[in-house]
Design a protein around this ligand. Structure first.
Ligand SMILES: Cc1cc2nc3c(=O)[nH]c(=O)nc-3n(C[C@H](O)[C@H](O)[C@H](O)COP(=O)(O)OP(=O)(O)OC[C@H]3O[C@@H](n4cnc5c(N)ncnc54)[C@H](O)[C@@H]3O)c2cc1C
Length: 435
């Protein structure tokens, strides 16, 4: 009977994990009959979460089945709601409510994160978000509906709650999107509301003047130092008692790790991430590794922890995939390491600010920064992402044959898949320049 590797989640970490595991097995000449790799997620698609603040979010998804098929990875559609680490099984529930149990020899948990919504009155009923394709599409539909209403101050105002990376990116993108929908001369207004005294509290001092300049040039107002205490159909109320009239509220208040984290470990950080060993293993759950937004681990020798970011999720996924497969077949596992760190913050029509290092040394701003951001996102980010996944000699033993006439009909041409050596993570190619 074949041994089983299960990967839970098809985000950046899960997809790279699947490719990384397939690569190890392929290189070791292990056939699909000896070791099965199965990826489980609610939908067979990779959502490009970092681009959900843009218009047309429904286009920011990439189908996964052709890719998985080409590298010999099985796919199960459904949500994992229980991980029994003692029995080494997971329970998967399909969209129609059917459940099944799947056993594993090694598990890579990459179930990611979700926008954190604190228990504030009205938040679930009235606040939109750009956390995933479904949420971002709901916001877009709402804005299209608003465009049909008569011009009014509340219709033309959007309150963005949260002044971290996501809050800044959606706020600076909105003026362009609103003008496109409401008309070029409409008196649009975007107000960013934050409980802290500074915009971008985690950004550090270097990028902040550029964010302030972008806000000024785009006419974005910042209401800082007073958090939101309630959301209603007409806007938000802040702790200081002010009511900001807005027909649209976008919540961008930070992310929290998937609740599956708590099922594999009792050692969670304040964001709900599993504290993992350097090889991404969960010491108290034999055979379980964790990568991406759901893992907390050191990324370098200077004491920096990986952030909840694609930048870290992709590389961690590669290490996680390598390690689950290597551990299973008795090959060497690797300690995760990702010393290079960069940030590219989109600032709408003003441009973007690109920095390198944990102290965010500014390298590019305005139009030059934007060119870098567009290069990172590159029209179809998924295409670039997949293009970097090299499975160089994927042998027929691991690859499912593609039946005649079933050539993958999209940008996931099998010839372009390459996972690349893990040491790639240390080079400084623009593709990794993310927050
Ligand atoms: C608007 C926005 C902008 C961003 N901008 C940037 C940026 O510029 N740069 C950057 O580096 N990062 C950015 N991020 C953060 C980045 O998107 C995340 O850090 C990254 O997606 C994490 O990847 P992941 O694979 O760990 O998790 P996710 O992308 O969250 O993927 C998790 C996967 O697990 C699946 N899953 C969840 N629960 C279950 C379950 N119970 N069973 C089975 N499957 C499950 C999900 O469906 C999904 O497929 C941004 C995020 C947002 C929302």
């Amino acid at each position: 009977m074949s041994q089983k590797i299960l990967i839970v989640g098809a985000g950046f970490a899960g997809v790279w994990g699947a490719l990384g595991a397939a690569r190890v097995l392929d290189r070791a000449g292990v056939t699909a009959g000896d070791v099965d790799i199965t990826l489980i997620s609610p939908k067979p698609e990779l959502q490009i979460r970092p681009r959900m603040y843009e218009s047309e979010p429904h286009l920011m998804v990439a189908p996964l089945l052709p890719l998985l098929d080409a590298v010999g990875v099985n796919y199960v559609e459904g949500s994992v709601d229980e991980i029994a680490v003692r029995d080494k099984t997971v329970r998967v529930t399909s969209a129609s409510g059917e459940t099944r149990s799947l056993g594993y020899d090694r598990l890579l948990l990459t179930s990611g994160s979700k926008l954190s919504r604190p228990p504030i009155p009205g938040i679930d009923e009235y606040a939109f978000s750009v956390d995933c394709m479904e949420d971002a599409s709901a916001l877009e539909e709402h804005l299209k509906e608003l465009a049909k209403l008569p011009d009014s101050s509340a219709r033309n105002t959007i309150a963005v709650v949260g002044c971290g990376f996501t809050g800044i990116e959606i706020a600076t993108e909105l003026p362009k999107r609103m003008r496109a929908l409401f008309g070029p001369n409409s008196a649009i207004k975007v107000v960013v509301v934050g409980s802290q005294a500074d915009i971008g509290p985690d950004l550090g001092p270097n990028p902040r003047p550029f964010v302030a300049e972008a806000f000024k040039s785009l006419g974005i107002e910042a209401v800082l130092g007073s958090g939101v205490v309630s959301v209603d159909a007409g806007g938000v109320r802040t702790a200081s008692g002010a009511h900001i009239e807005a027909h649209t509220v976008v919540w961008a208040g930070g992310m929290r790790a998937s609740t599956l984290a708590a099922q594999v470990s009792s050692r969670l950080d304040p964001l709900g991430r599993v504290e993992v060993a350097p090889d991404l293993r969960v010491e108290e759950a034999p055979g379980v590794f964790v990568a991406g937004d759901v893992a907390r681990v050191r990324s370098d020798d200077e004491g920096h922890d990986a952030l909840m970011s694609c930048q870290h999720a992709m590389v961690m996924g590669k290490f996680g995939g390598h390690n689950v497969a290597a551990d299973l077949i008795g090959a060497s596992v690797l300690a995760y390491s990702q010393p290079f760190y960069a940030t590219c913050l989109d600032l709408g029509e003003w441009g973007a600010v690109y920095s390198e290092g944990w102290d965010r040394q500014i390298k590019l701003t305005r139009a030059e920064g934007k060119t870098r951001k567009q290069m990172i996102n590159s029209g179809n980010r998924s295409r670039r992402i997949i293009a970097r996944c090299r499975c160089p000699r994927l042998t027929q033993s691991r690859r499912h044959p593609v039946p005649d006439g079933k050539t993958p009909n999209n940008h996931f041409s099998t010839r372009r898949y390459h996972v690349g050596p893990i040491s790639d993570s240390r080079s400084s190619t623009p593709e990794r320049m993310e927050r």
